[in-house]
Design a protein around this ligand. Structure first.
Ligand SMILES: [Zn+2]
Length: 218
């Protein structure tokens, strides 16, 4: 299978961003984007995975759908030009720049349950993305955001190649220090990130590291 990477750089300058924060390894982040705003996620040290869910902020029940996104673009991987869609098919954000070239949206996020199934029962108590998502949702003080809507997500900077027979492999990261992805909001969109704390597979090179999030008004 041939691998095509579609790397597109951005001309936006960090000093012109209206928001600039670092999300530490294992931490979460939740923030609304207005239509037209642009979010950049930077993999500061490389080989990190930023598990991300999107919600229609006007109707959070309509959350990101990997199936709707993949079906509409006819490609299982996400990169520049990909439009990320909600369950209803509504476009939420578009990837407008990407220096990584490929992001997974099939592998899902890690949880206590998947850690025990994939690795070992004593992994049950390890910090995982699902816990981070739940903590961020509970801090919102907005009853429209519930754990019921946690299933599908994007794994930015994560390399999960699909094999010819339809299997998944958690491969070494293809992201290097300073690699970024930029998303332009099409709709009023809530973004929820778990900066993955996973220590049991190479998605973080066994060493979770910080990501930087910047927002521009256009
Ligand atoms: Zn994770």
């Amino acid at each position: 299978m041939q691998t095509v990477f579609n790397r597109i750089e951005s001309s936006r300058r960090p000093e012109e961003a209206v928001y600039d924060e670092t999300v530490l390894a294992g931490d979460g982040w939740m923030h609304q984007l207005r239509p037209g705003q642009v979010l950049r996620i930077v993999d500061l040290e490389g080989n990190q995975a930023a598990d991300t869910i999107f919600y229609d902020a006007d109707n959070p029940e309509d959350h990101y759908s990997a199936v709707a996104t993949i079906a509409a673009q006819g490609n299982v991987y996400l990169t520049a030009g990909s439009v990320l869609r909600a369950e209803s098919g509504k476009p939420l954000v578009e990837i407008v720049a990407d220096t990584c070239g490929r992001h997974d949206t099939v592998g899902g996020s890690c949880s206590a349950q998947s850690n025990t199934v994939r690795y070992a029962h004593e992994k049950l108590h390890m910090h995982n993305c699902r816990d981070t998502f739940m903590l961020q949702l509970s801090k919102q003080q907005d009853v429209r955001y519930t754990k019921r809507d946690l299933a599908p997500n994007v794994n930015f900077f994560m390399n999960v190649p699909l094999s010819e027979d339809g299997g998944l492999t958690f491969a070494d990261g293809i992201s290097s220090p300073g690699t970024y992805v930029e998303l332009k909001a099409i709709a009023h969109t809530m973004v929820l990130i778990s900066n993955c704390p996973q220590l049991n597979n190479p998605c973080n090179a066994y060493n979770p590291t910080p990501v930087r999030v910047l927002i521009w008004n256009q």
